[in-house]
Design a protein around this ligand. Structure first.
Ligand SMILES: O=C(O)Cc1cc(O)ccc1O
Ligand SMILES: [Fe+2]
Length: 451
């Protein structure tokens, strides 16, 4: 499917008053131009592009990938990326870590943290990333990093792209404006944005309000929608709710910095102009946003608690079918109606490892406090976990009337790889040392005389 949109150029150029415009659909072949006629017609690479633009292809998959996974876009830009290229020097990556990163070994235990507070100091997106876990190997293009971002200042004349990973933004507090070379994306808590590998951007605060959220770096296969199988053609995350920005560009000459994350390190150079200079583009490799409140959950309507995979929003496949590099799963508002059922998550051990965060509300497996919005937890590969004592006792005795979980939004990043915790996360005062033993409060109820 091809969509063509011609936004009002005055509104969409840098500094214009326009709010972002979007194209709807997941993985479509989009086309969009910020100036009329900027897209070459009927060919990708004419001898001369309209408006004196340069044509550049951005390939997110190998050229030869099968059609279903082949991803590329054609960008028509004021200067090709190579003209934005200077002498790169490695710079301090702060608290940003990349797999493999075996900084220390922790005793085997469930791990949990309180929210990291937003500091007073000025932190841009690049300075405000705190890596909590890493998994797999970025150089082998598999695994992930789970981070918290703390942002107190917008990036100005500072640009970035990530060659190591696709980036999934999950705002928890405060909105972000992602100025990408494909156009502008605004996101607020409850929404997500995905920035493909290699896409340049700068991250601005909305209204200069500080922002906190989670960031998943996906080193592996690009996030895609999970198969629906017997669920059919509708529900879960519907493709039409994914929004990709219309073209918007900056024609801006100003001393600027360009930072690239490559090979687990940050590299920086100075450039004299904005690299967000794409006047038109077409293709299926592009950033997008999605409102998690549009997710249509499907679950047990008679009895039992289904596996959390029913709540998968996006999946990053590995070479092994059904074994995700990452499943991005949410626990949104929903009705609980199952009869004769222990309704919260069951006690379990899992070959996948589970990083969880909370955008808002209360998570039904952890009603005893300690897992609060902005906090996060790690239940690693084959480590036991489940409801806390409070959740177990309440759910074991509650009258099983239909009950709506409301005002809640937790998420899980589930990966096939064990996750390594960073030194920063272990030493943070927000690390809950007592969480390791929460299971010991669960009482023995066994009575052989009472079937
Ligand atoms: O551990 C967790 O809280 C996440 C989770 C939720 C669920 O409903 C079933 C399994 C699972 O791992
Ligand atoms: Fe779990």
């Amino acid at each position: 499917m091809n969509l063509s949109v011609r936004p009002d150029p005055a509104a969409m150029q840098a500094g214009g008053p326009g709010s972002p415009g979007y194209l709807s659909g997941f993985g479509n072949g989009f086309e969009t131009e910020a100036l009329p006629g900027a897209l070459p017609v009927g060919r990708n690479s004419p001898q001369k592009c309209p408006y004196g633009l340069y044509a550049e292809q951005l390939s997110g998959s190998p050229f030869t990938a099968p059609r279903a996974t082949n991803e590329r876009s054609w960008l028509y830009r004021i200067r090709p990326t190579v003209a934005h290229w200077g002498a790169f020097q490695p710079v301090d990556a702060g608290l940003w870590r990349t797999a493999p990163c075996a900084e220390l070994d922790l005793p085997l235990a469930p791990l949990r943290w309180d929210p990291l507070p937003l500091p007073e100091e000025a932190l841009s997106f690049l300075e405000g990333i705190r890596t909590i876990t890493t998994a797999g190997d970025a150089g082998a293009q598999s695994g992930m990093g789970a981070h918290v971002y703390l942002i107190t200042r917008s990036m100005r004349d500072e640009y970035f792209y990530n060659a190591d990973a696709e980036m999934l933004f999950l705002p928890q507090q405060g909105g972000l404006r992602l100025w990408t070379e494909f156009g502008i994306i605004d996101i607020a808590p409850g929404e997500i944005a995905v920035i493909p590998r290699g896409v340049k951007l700068r991250v601005e605060l909305q209204g200069e309000h500080p922002a906190r959220g989670y960031l998943c770096e996906n080193y592996g296969g690009a996030f895609t929608l999970p198969e629906r199988g017997p669920i059919g053609a509708n529900c879960l995350a519907n493709p039409r709710d994914f929004l990709t920005p219309v073209a918007a560009y900056e024609d801006r000459d100003a001393p600027s910095s360009m930072t690239v994350k490559w090979g687990g390190r940050l590299w920086r150079t100075h450039i004299a102009h904005s690299p967000l200079d794409v006047v038109a583009w077409h293709g299926n490799y592009a950033p997008y946003k999605y409102d998690l409140r549009r997710y249509s959950p499907v679950g047990p309507v008679l009895f039992d608690h289904a596996d959390p995979s029913i709540f998968t929003v996006l999946t990053s496949p590995s070479e092994t079918p059904g074994t995700a590099n990452i499943d991005f799963v949410i626990f949104p508002d929903r009705w609980l109606v199952a009869e004769d059922t222990f309704r919260p998550p069951w006690y379990h051990m899992n070959i996948m490892s589970e990083f969880m965060g909370l955008i808002e509300g209360v998570y039904d497996a952890k009603t005893g406090g300690g897992f609060v919005p902005g906090g996060f937890s790690l239940h690693n590969c084959m480590l036991p976990h489940g409801p806390d004592m409070n959740a177990f006792e309440a759910a074991s005795h509650v009258e099983l009337a239909p009950h709506k979980l409301q005002g809640t939004l937790a998420f899980m990043l589930e990966t096939r790889f064990p996750q390594r915790v960073t030194r920063f996360a272990t030493e943070a005062p927000q690390f809950q040392k007592d969480y390791a033993s929460y299971g010991q409060g669960l009482q023995k109820h066994f009575d052989p005389a009472r079937p």
